[in-house]
Write a protein that binds this ligand. Sequence first.
Ligand code: AHR
Length: 675
Amino acid sequence: MARSWMTHSAAMMMAGLAWCGSTTAFGQSTQPAADLTVTIANAPKAISPDLFGIFFEDINYAADGGLYAELIQNRSFEYQPTEQRTWSAASFWSLVTRGGGKGNWFIDAAWPVHPNNPHCVVLEVSNAGDGVGLMNDGFDGIPVKAGAQYDVSLFARQLYLNDRWGRGSAITGPMPIVVRLERENGQVLGETALQVDGTDWKRLAGSIEATATDDDARFVVLARARGGIAMDEISLFPRHTFKDRPNGLRADLAQTIADLHPKFIRFPGGCLAHGSGINNIYRWKDTIGPIEQRRGQSNLWGYHQSVGLGYYEYFQFCEDIGAKPLPVLAAGVSCQNSAHMPGIGQQCIPMADMPAYIQDVLDLIEWANGPATSAWGAKRAAAGHPAPFGLQYIGIGNEDHITPGFKERFKMIADAIKAKYPQITVVGTVGPDPSGDDFDAGWKFADAEKVSIVDEHYYRAPSWFWENLTRYADYDRTKPAVYVGEYAAHDRGRRNTLRSALAEAALLTSLERNGDVVRLSSYAPLLAKQGHTQWRPDMIYFDNTTVTPSINYDVQQLFSRNAGDAYLPTALSGVPGGARVAASCVRDSTSGDVIVKIVNDTDTALAGQVDMSAVTTGARSVTRTVLSGDPDAENAFGKPPAIEPRTTTLPGGATIRDTWPAHSLTVLRIPASDH
Ligand code: AHR
């Protein structure tokens, strides 16, 4: 692929980039070395205002048991041994009998609450005693807080009425049930009484106030009379979710994400989007509407997706945090690693089914952007959002093997979008790696098809990031633009070290410098639950009650909260030979602020100045935020951060004197009124 925009050395000069060999020892010196000069030119280049976003994928229990605030595991009785060998529709539930109660339970499929939700549970009570019922211990326990409200809902219907099978005296009245939160030892932490009345499915709802805090509580539903009931979609939510939305998101985790100020959210995958085999492709239509009508399915990362966190919730979250939605839909093919066949498992949707598949893609755009009077816009409105969501980007494909089957289907989908919705920006894919056969074939195809943006992925060692800081300088600006959709520096042991975070910071300076061709970027993966982490490193770790952002999160936040929409050419001089140093400067037209970022991943502090004379003569103080420390440092789960960004002020002026510590990212924010 030719990218003959400018020569490598010309790009180095324009970029002002000086670097970079590798450093071997990491002992830190406090003595500033060198006399580094960062010179900012007043020749703004427009760059993407959407450069820094996030990528949410349901991996590492990111959705169910994670961001999605539902506290019951397997609420729909749809877990399967195809998801985990030891699982069944009954997993995470057990029978409880109280005070001489006797009964039985089993999974049934005879009269589902909805065809998309085929299994339910049947509870038979032969002797009520103090109750016969079912217990669920959630996702590694149910965390409850004293004084907090919990909303319960379930679908239920009565069985065995009128004693048709001669089980004793006729059962005619409703079935009283009690729904409780209990400690592991059975102590009741709050309860509510409901009743099941009649043989039709009905939704029952109530709320429980927890009387004490317990991170490992249980949910119990007890029937209190002889008879039988079927139940499904048994749900327990904290009343307080992010923005207090019903069927909402875990407030602390969502807030941690919101605090990144991402410009967009890519979802739901990743490999999850194209699935393991065509029957596992993520189908957005299965994820909207009432939760009991959604079609859960297995997650290619080896567990179950309830899709309670579905497209409506994703779009609502985007809106709530001011991020643009970037849904990714399969390009009519599944993951090439499908069905335990790494690299050769790609399956293609049969051509006969492609028109319907393409219609699903077009319907998504109508659902997101159409008026409430349109067929799909009406469904969005019925869910509570009459105004359009304002979809601008749509991803087609993820890391796909660039085969004839992929190309044919991608083209059909992209052409249909272009024809009906020319204002939508299609993001294509160029395989799983930053080079190689799929990358080259993907680029060639995307270029020929005039795809607007292509999605590049790289999980590489920190040194690779430092060695690729000029990667985009030579990209041909007449060809498709770039979305760096998944990246992370994988340090030794795949740890979230400061070294990895600084390598990513260096990359981000290069993305700012090339923000005319790189339009979007997102670190991956975003979330990982303790005890269910399948992939490292990740940006944010959590368990049921705590959240531990990584040092990589700090870097993401420093860039996304100090982003600009114009790049000011940034030249570095006086960099010691072999030093890992990178810098960039942007202006944010909203605030008018100019922001300089300097990454120093050497063992010594570097002293110097930022020559701002071309852009400012003012003398007001500059906000200076520094993240620095031992390059091997990483945040330990549940502990205070090993290192944190520290903000101070510096005297402003045309020349800003500063010292950039060993192994540091420094962000200098020069207020608008100074220039
Ligand atoms: O981010 C984890 C996985 O990495 C994504 O699902 C996939 O696109 C990539 O291989």
